[in-house]
Design a protein around this ligand. Structure first.
Ligand code: F6R
Length: 251
């Protein structure tokens, strides 16, 4: 059910290797990309390995999970800026194939409909990367979001705004709303890797383990997905009974 590695670096090794295998077996794959602290070491390792192996990423298509409403691509806290800094700015990606929701779209509803439609036109996502919020959100699908939702605008919960304030400077406010892929957009992916590291994720992982599938803990939907894996470090797994996880060595 859970694959547990000693630390964030061995997690990054494993997840980046999985991404590399996808690039090798399907150079024109469609990847679902996430942002956040959890993904930083993963993208750093991915960049290193792609360079070592001299692999071509120009045929990959990517769709990001989410973006803050009101932040343009040049804003330092936009997820577009995050992706440039941590991944897209480093390798030979084809910009025309990189999709992110537009936080400045004139009609957000129309933009959301178009974003979900674009994903489907590209044949859906082959491999979706996910982090998880301390309240169980995936993308910005906060507790209570229907499992059949498509891309939509969401009011961010107080919990999420507090969690994410660490990325903003003191005089900046975390935006109150965001665009996110819907739960159905996410679960339509053919394969899903959810990654959680650090002890602040341990309580929500314990809840995941104890709960049935419920919209109040969004990521419990992964229990129904035929190809979803949950990748943890020891700290995130610390409140789980050892019998339910498989300890893995470095990749
Ligand atoms: C980010 C996203 C969020 C994060 C989650 C965990 O694109 O969709 O669901 O994955 O909030 O964030 P970190 O990794 O910063 O703990």
């Amino acid at each position: 059910m859970f694959l547990v590695f000693p630390d964030t670096s061995t997690v990054a090794d494993y997840v980046s290797s999985t991404l590399i295998n996808t690039v090798k077996s399907k150079p024109d794959a469609v990847l679902g990309a996430a942002t956040g602290g959890t993904m930083e070491p993963i993208y750093a390792r991915f960049i290193e390995k792609i360079r070592q192996l001299q692999l071509d990423v120009s045929r990959l298509t990517t769709f990001n999970l989410d973006e803050y409403v009101g932040l343009g691509v040049e804003h330092s806290q936009s997820y577009a800026a995050y992706m440039r800094e941590h991944l897209f700015g480093h390798l030979g990606f084809n910009k025309a194939r990189l999709h992110l929701p537009d936080g400045l779209a004139e009609s957000l509803e129309e933009h959301c409909r178009d974003y979900s439609a674009r994903m489907q036109q590209h044949g859906g996502i082959d491999l979706q990367l996910l982090g998880v919020g301390s309240n169980g959100h995936i993308g910005f699908n906060e507790p209570g979001t229907p499992f059949d939702s498509r891309c939509h605008v969401v009011e961010l919960s107080e919990r999420t705004r507090i969690d994410n304030s660490r990325f903003f400077s003191e005089d900046e406010m975390v935006p109150g709303s965001a665009i996110t892929m819907g739960m159905k957009d996410i679960t339509d992916a053919r394969e899903i890797l959810l990654v959680a590291t650090g002890e602040n994720k341990a309580p929500i992982l314990a809840k995941y383990f104890e709960s049935d599938v419920t919209e109040t803990i969004p990521f419990t939907v992964l229990k129904r997905h035929p190809r979803a894996r949950i990748i943890l470090d020891e700290a995130a797994a610390s409140l789980l009974p050892a019998s339910v996880f498989q300890r893995a060595a470095a990749a």
